[in-house]
Design a protein around this ligand. Sequence first.
Ligand code: PLP
Length: 434
Amino acid sequence: MGYPGPTSRSAELYERALRRIVGAVNSPARSYAAVGLPYPVFIARGQGAYLWDVDGNRYIDYLAAFAPGILGHAHPEIVETIARAAADGTLFGTPTPYEVELAERLQAAIPSLERVRLVSTGTEAVMSAVRVARAFTGRPKVVKFEGCYHGHSDFALIRAGSGPATLGQPDSAGIPESTAAEVIVVPYNDAAALEAALERWGDQVAAVLIEPIVGNMGIVLPEPGYLQAVRDLTHRHGALLIFDEVITAFRVTYGGAQNVLGVEPDLTTLGKAIGGGLPLGAYGGRADVMDRVAPLGPAYQAGTLAGNPLSVRVALKALDILGRPGVYEELDRKGRYLAEGVLAAARRHGFAAQVNRMASGFTLFFTDRPVRDYASASTASKELFARFFREMLGRGVLLAPSRFEAWFVQIPHSQADLDETLAAADAALAAMAA
Ligand code: PLP
């Protein structure tokens, strides 16, 4: 156990990767730069709640692949489904019976999805939903919220959270000023700021795009009445409301966070958990809006791999498993147990800390302030988080390498795993306090 040293296979693979893969990672969020380590662990395989790196170290996995992981690794029913689906062929370029069933089941789980389109990633889902909103309203601008992340399409990277914030690049290079000019960014949990923005630009705003519960400045919950105020303001100004549920759907509950928050958007974007570990995204919502998408309407959106049968059949199996009685109650119980335990340990060792939790996902912020928006999330100590990450990794617990991410509890995490994790956290925090 422990961070693999300079003669490890992880270190060796990193050197090789650096020569051919940009920065040695295929997504910048996977870099360990923000946590002060020279290279990330290279994972060879996973089983249930555990990952093993190429040097044979075992980690209890709360990274959960940045949220999709709920079922755990190599779930036997998923493995069997993949084998069966692969034997039937993986890509046809035609409609399939599986995607019809998935569209029906998504609508049954999230009633606002009157029409849906399957895509391959969350980025595509959001990019496409915004295009449709622009096509429907004939307006150019989008309102988004400081610290929310919606993938890496141009408009979405204007002051985004999580990966870009960790790298200190709220705005990416390569995005034209003209794109930034169509994006209005306001603080989350501040209805007055949104109202002021819509008073000023409302007749140009196609959509207000929001994570109904934020996952990308760490977990941040909407304050009571906030999302209803957002809904009312969009109605008043004729803008569509898009809920980006790429993280929240099938994480907070079976269906969307909208099912429990009691506010219905016009459009919803999905990704991460719905694919059961394979690439799959979706967007959908009101029929009159979605019917503007090609081939019915003028808003073009397409995909060679969209709705590929392998991902879709795995998604159907994932929904079967997630829909079983008690799954979300148990995830919630484990999330609460761990979140409360970690917070208590941090405070016991004298650290100012906060926990924000949505069911089985939570963030530990090293700050003395309640975290309700990006400004307060940014007060969380980078240094303390980095140290905590390293101490946990060295004790066999894998977290996301950013203070703006979350821990995600998965179905196979056992009580013994949770207790081992709390013991590791206690020891990590003791070492930090020493
Ligand atoms: N929307 C949200 C809320 C996300 O958290 C993410 C990814 O982290 C995305 C969209 C983009 O999804 P993907 O990385 O699958 O393109």
